[in-house]
Design a protein around this ligand. Sequence first.
Ligand SMILES: [Zn+2]
Ligand SMILES: [Zn+2]
Length: 96
Amino acid sequence: MSNDVICPYCGADVEINHDDGYGLEEDLIFSQECDWCAKEFVYTICIEIHYDAKRSDCLNGSPHKYKPTADRFPETHRIRCSDCGKETIQPEFLRP
Ligand SMILES: [Zn+2]
Ligand SMILES: [Zn+2]
C-alpha cells in the first residue's frame, strides 16, 4: 500500500507521515504540510476493501463449527460458527 498522496496545491507526490501512529484513524481529518510548496493540506483515510474467501462447509451440508463467542456476558451462552458466523445459543441453555 502506498502512503503517497498528490498535493492538492502543487501536484507533487507527498509521502504521508504516520510517525507515532498519526493519521491512521478512519473518518478523521488530518493535516500535513507539503514538502514541496510548504502549503498545509488535509487528508482522510480510505481503508481499501479486500475480500478473503474461504470454504464454509456448513453452508454445504456439514454441521456448523460452533465456538463460544468472546462475549462480555458469558452467561448468555452465545456460540458462533467459526466458518459462516451464524450465532445461536448453546442448545442445552435454550429455554423450553
Ligand atoms: Zn504542494
Ligand atoms: Zn456455519
